[in-house]
Every structure is written in structure tokens, then in C-alpha cells.
Write a protein that binds this ligand. Structure first.
Ligand code: ADP
Length: 450
């Protein structure tokens, strides 16, 4: 049994894991950089270890420092949160080599899904629908042009090792292919050390729909429906909801079963998210994330489950605490990501919080590591809180979001709260009528977003 978990992360997600552990009677160890000595996750954990200086390569990304912290404190398991080392296969391998438990999937599954071509091939073989495109890597421009002719323009050229929106280029016609192909290759090489690229059809007005899956590592897996995360700025999600306003119960059951069956077949363990573009009633796989997602709370809200608790259970070799039939949707949930950023350009805005008041009441969850007097360091992600609301239906969730945003006080730094207040005035948002381009267009028209 796991008695002590080290949380290899910071901020709200570190608190999230510490809270689940505490409810299970498990001790927690926080790790932190020198810039985070006063951080909430350090205060809230049972023990803490300083693992290095402020820059994350020397602290939150330092595998030797994290393993040493486990040895010093006697933690038997590591939860990676999201970001940092959460999808690093060699980290998982090293953890296992040290006789420790990684709370997440196997190194092999992380490796497969971390390479987009291998991920797509694997998913296709498992019966998951994919975007039409090249079969695997495209070696040269001539082949890319041939595929462009076959599938029809526009196409998108993607670096197999890409991530975070880097290494992707759209070609609207054959004459744009050359520069798009070369740029995607060059970005893959310089950002990820791998210049292999592939080509797929560029969908014009899709929604981003992702399916939450969960496996026990022994061939049993379930799905927990979808999240619609189409509202994105520069490929970063800002507003997520479950269930998706455009997805019917029949579609959910169909794609959900395909996803659950696929991960069951590979004995997947823990939480995973299969991301799709959704257009004209069809789902097209784009990638799988082998970790807990930032937006997991909307799924927790509508299904009434604790996904971190389940991750810990299956890492201990226990079965999941629910079956597919137990998982029934209750109402609707929305999450907004509150970043310390200055509008209209979303420039990071670290600094000291002079006043903080979290909203509360029925159906409101605020996941945040803020407190009065806390200084947000400039070294890390600008996410400072996630406000999650849950209602009996979407309309109630929207009204609750409006009410909760009104109660929230974050003084001392600029935040993205005004963006959400403005979005709640838009009919398209109120009606759930948006796709992956909606927010960029709205920002261009309303915020002079540079
Ligand atoms: P990353 O790993 O960099 O996040 P993804 O493959 O997940 O890359 O794609 C990120 C975003 O790029 C998607 O959410 C979507 O907005 C856009 N995108 C990716 N593939 C396509 C496609 N075939 N057609 C249209 N848009 C796409």
C-alpha cells in the first residue's frame, strides 16, 4: 500500500493531489524551488523538500533532485500532476528502476502517445477514427505534394514530436506546400530534435472534443464522456465544459465506447484523454494525453468522481471504484482558467496578491494556490486558479459562473477574469455555438489582441 506520495509539481495541481491523498489517509511530500518556499503546496503538504533554484530545468524538471527527495522522505510513489515531467517516459523508467511507483501510465504508453505518428498508427489500428492523411511520415516535398493532391487542400503539416502548438503549419494550396513543409520540419528539429513530419487534412471549422478515459492496467477501461475545449487562444484552452453542448447521448456512447475499448486493449492504466476534432458529426483523433488534464474537474463535477483518488487506487493495484454503468451524467459543468495576465495582449503579470477572496456556495469549486500576500513568481505558468461551476443544466451553470466571477477578488495583479465576464455577454457562448476559431476571431474584433 502507498503510505506517502511525493507530488512532483507546484501550484493548484499540487494542492489537488495533496487533498486527494489526505482524504485517503496518505501522507504527502511537496517539492519546491527556492522561488516557491512560501507557496501554498509547501504549506499544505505533510513534508517538503527544496529541490533547487527557481528555473524549472534545475528544480521541477530535475529527475535526480526529485528521486533524491523520495529517498530522503521515504515516499513510495510520485504523482506528476500535469506539465513538467508528467509525460516524460524516461522519468517513469527511472522511477520504476528505483523501485518506486509512478502514479500514471507505463513508460511505453507515454512513449507511444508522445510521438504523433506512432500514436495515430496505434489508434487507427485500435479502431479509433483519425484525420485523413499520410500513412506515417512524409520523407520529402514531392510526396507531400502528392498527398495534398489526393486528400485535397487545405492540409496541415505536423512534426511528429510537436507539442504546444509548435511544429504545425497549414498549406492552403500546392504553392504554399513548400514553405509549410520546410517550416514544420525546421520547427520540429529545433524545438524537439526530430524533423519527421506528416500531413493531414486541415479541418475548417471543427470543435475540440476530448474523451476522458480511465483504465485499471489489467484490461478494463471506462470512458467519462467528453469535454468541449474549443475556446482556445493560440492553441491554449481557456474555457472548458462538460458535457459538450453539441454532442448527443448517442454520439457520446458511440465514441466513448470506441475510446474505452481502445485503451482496454492496450491495458492502459490510469487517466488519459483522447483528443478529437469534431466536424459535421464525425470525430477525428488528433492526440492522446497520458496524464490528468488541467480541465479534469468539469468531468469530476458531472460524474461525481475523484479522478486523482482513482489514479492512486489503480497505481496500488486496486480496481477502479466504478464501472461504466455506474457513470451517469448529472447536470453540466464549466471551468474557466484564471491566469495572471494583462489584457488585451495576455502579457504575463506576476506580482504580489494584496487581496484574495475565493467564491463559494452551491456548485462552486475554486482550485487555486493563491492566498493574501502571496507573491506570484515570474518563472512559471501564469495559471493562478481554476473556477469550476456545476449546475443542473448548462443554463444554471452559466448563471452560477456569472455569480461566482462576481464574488471572486484577486487584487494586486491583472487577471483574465474580465475576459470571462465579457464572454458571458455573448449569445454564441450562452448558446454553446462556437468552434476552435471562435475565440481568436472574437478577440481580434473586441480586444485588439496583439
Ligand atoms: P499540440 O500537440 O501542439 O497541442 P495538436 O495535434 O493537439 O497539437 O493540435 C493542436 C490544435 O491545432 C488543435 O486543437 C486544433 O486547433 C489544431 N489542429 C490540429 N490538427 C488539425 C487539423 N487536422 N485540422 C484543423 N486544425 C487542427
Amino acid at each position: 500500500m502507498i503510505e506517502k506520495i511525493l507530488v512532483a509539481n507546484r501550484g493548484e495541481i499540487a494542492l489537488r493531489v495533496i487533498r486527494a491523498a489526505r482524504e485517503m489517509g496518505i501522507q504527502s511530500v511537496a517539492v519546491h524551488s527556492t522561488a516557491d518556499s512560501d507557496a501554498m503546496h509547501v504549506r499544505m503538504a505533510d513534508e517538503s523538500v527544496c529541490i533547487g533554484p527557481a528555473p524549472s530545468p534545475q528544480s521541477y524538471l530535475s529527475i535526480p533532485a526529485i528521486i533524491a527527495a523520495c529517498e530522503i522522505t521515504g515516499a513510495q510513489a510520485i504523482h506528476p500532476g500535469y506539465g513538467f515531467l508528467s509525460e516524460n517516459a524516461s522519468f517513469v523508467q527511472i522511477i520504476e528502476d528505483h523501485g518506486l511507483t509512478f502514479i500514471g501510465p507505463t513508460a511505453e504508453h507515454i512513449r507511444i502517445m508522445g510521438d504523433k505518428i506512432t500514436a495515430k498508427d496505434t489508434m487507427k489500428a485500435l479502431g479509433v477514427p483519425c484525420v485523413p492523411g499520410s500513412d506515417g511520415g512524409v520523407p520529402d516535398l514531392e510526396t507531400a505534394l502528392k498527398i495534398g493532391e489526393e486528400i485535397g487542400y487545405p492540409v496541415i503539416i505536423k512534426a511528429t514530436a510537436g507539442g504546444g502548438g509548435k511544429g504545425m503549419k497549414v498549406a492552403r494550396n500546392a504553392s504554399e506546400m513548400k514553405s509549410a513543409f520546410q517550416t514544420a520540419r525546421a520547427e520540429g528539429k529545433s524545438n524537439f530534435g526530430n524533423d519527421e513530419v506528416y500531413v493531414e487534412k486541415y479541418l475548417q471549422t471543427p470543435r475540440h472534443i476530448e474523451i476522458q478515459v480511465f483504465g485499471d492496467g489489467k484490461g478494463t477501461a471506462v470512458h467519462l464522456g467528453e469535454r468541449d475545449c474549443s475556446l482556445q487562444r493560440r492553441h491554449q484552452k481557456v474555457f472548458e465544459e462538460a458535457p459538450g453542448p453539441s454532442i448527443s447521448a448517442e454520439e457520446r456512447a458511440r465514441i466513448g465506447k470506441i475510446c474505452a475499448d481502445a485503451v482496454a486493449k492496450i491495458n492502459y492504466i490510469g487517466a488519459g484523454t483522447i483528443e478529437f476534432l469534431y466536424e459535421d458529426g464525425e470525430f477525428y483523433f488528433i492526440e492522446m494525453n497520458t496524464r490528468l488534464q488541467v480541465e479534469h474537474p468539469v468531468t469530476e463535477a458531472i460524474f461525481g468522481v475523484d479522478l486523482v483518488r482513482e489514479q492512486i487506487r489503480v497505481a496500488e493495484g486496486l480496481p477502479m471504484s466504478f464501472t461504466q454503468d455506474d457513470l451517469q451524467i448529472n447536470g453540466a459543468a464549466i471551468e474557466v482558467r484564471i491566469n495572471a495576465e494583462r489584457l488585451p495582449n495576455f502579457a504575463p503579470c506576476p506580482g504580489r496578491i494584496t487581496q484574495y477572496h475565493a467564491p463559494g456556495g452551491l456548485g462552486v469549486r475554486m482550485d487555486s494556490a493563491l492566498y493574501d500576500g502571496y507573491s506570484i513568481p515570474p518563472y512559471y505558468d501564469s495559471l493562478i486558479g481554476k473556477l469550476i461551476v456545476h449546475g443542473r443544466d448548462r443554463r444554471e451553470a452559466l448563471a452560477r459562473l456569472h455569480r461566482a466571477l462576481g464574488e471572486l477578488i484577486v487584487d494586486g495583479v491583472d487577471t483574465t477574469v474580465p475576459l470571462f465576464n465579457a464572454l458571458l455577454q455573448e449569445d454564441d457562448i450562452l448558446e454553446g455555438n462556437y468552434n476552435i476559431h471562435w475565440l481568436e476571431r472574437w478577440l481580434a474584433a473586441n480586444m485588439n489582441d496583439g
